[in-house]
Design a protein around this ligand. Structure first.
Ligand code: ACO
Ligand code: LMR
Length: 266
């Protein structure tokens, strides 16, 4: 009989073999002619399904709102320094991307994990924060270098307003807001940040959309899809910064001596 040649790679999100490439079975023409956005493309390629319009619009909003946050944040700073060192676009981009992690932009998955665990266990938000403190873990999704109680993050407000208007439920967001209410009694900069807001709202989206089984949601959270939203979004801004430096013909960057505290023997 016929012997099947063993495959090297298994892939389940797209197909380029036919007349038209497809994203999870949806042809390019269908995508382009319909009322679709980049959120729909992410729905198909990451979540392997077409999500309701309010959900793909939410994903698109996350991308738009996280695309940039000025030249001073760690990612943009790295990209700017790399661009000024004369490096190519990809090097500038990845040097910025490499700063994304638990402190900067990469706290979304952990925020979702911790908020879900605490909320599902019906842990009082104050106790949750105190437990985290005892364990020496900063609450992912809480805290900001420049945003505070009296200088809120507009992105967080915009996402919350959208979700409250369009999501069937906002249970996890409501929990995160209660966490924030408590952390703000400790320090003014312990606001819910954009990572925390996206983490909580994505839980709400996944659970309330009826599009995912509980096992699928657990796998999404376990694998960690959500930091990808920040990585993708911020790539837009980082590319902008890399090109900006080249357009402005900025010279090699050298950090000023007076901005460094030299703790060396004299
Ligand atoms: N949970 C609990 N306590 C906190 C938290 C937090 N998330 N953040 C700060 N604190 C408290 C701690 O007591 C901290 O003292 P420690 O250094 O002994 O732990 C104290 O506040 C002082 O911290 P700050 O100097 O005010 O914090 P900093 O400005 O250095 O950090 C940061 C800001 C990195 C965002 C921090 O709040 C944090 O680690 N948050 C959790 C990770 C996170 O959500 N990152 C995403 C930020 S948004 C974005 O990048 C797009
Ligand atoms: C960002 O989006 O880059 C941030 O919220 C971090 C910051 O310090 O502004």
């Amino acid at each position: 009989g016929k012997v099947r040649v063993p495959t090297n790679v298994v892939s389940s999100i797209c197909d380029d073999r036919g007349e038209e490439p497809t994203y999870h079975g949806v042809t390019m023409s269908t995508l382009i002619t319909g009322d679709n956005n980049v959120g729909d493309v992410i729905s198909l390629l990451w979540f392997k399904r077409q999500l309701p319009k309010y959900a793909s619009r939410f994903i698109e909003m996350c991308i738009m709102l996280c695309a940039d946050h000025g030249p001073c944040v760690s990612g943009a700073h790295n990209t700017i320094v790399t661009s000024r060192a004369g490096k190519d676009l990809v090097s500038c981009l990845v040097s910025g991307l490499l700063t994304i992690g638990p402190r900067f932009g990469g706290a979304i998955d952990d925020a979702a994990r911790y908020f879900q665990d605490a909320c599902d266990r019906q842990l009082d938000p104050d106790d949750f924060v105190e437990d985290m403190k005892k364990q020496g873990i900063r609450v992912p999704g809480i805290g900001h270098r420049i945003k505070s109680k009296d200088n809120r993050d507009k992105r967080v407000e915009l996402l919350q307003v959208y979700a409250r208007r369009h999501f069937p439920a906002t249970k996890y967001l409501d929990y995160a807001v209660r966490v924030e209410r408590y952390t703000l009694t400790k320090a003014a900069n312990l606001v819910m940040n954009v990572d925390g807001c996206i983490g909580a709202l994505f839980l709400d989206l996944l659970y309330s959309s009826s599009m995912f089984s509980p096992a699928e949601i657990q796998n999404i959270i376990k694998i960690g899809y959500l930091n990808g939203l920040f990585v993708l979004a911020r790539s837009i801004g980082l590319i902008g910064h890399a090109l900006d430096q080249k357009r402005l013909q900025q010279p090699l960057y050298r950090h000023p001596w007076d901005a460094v505290l030299y703790l060396t023997p004299t």
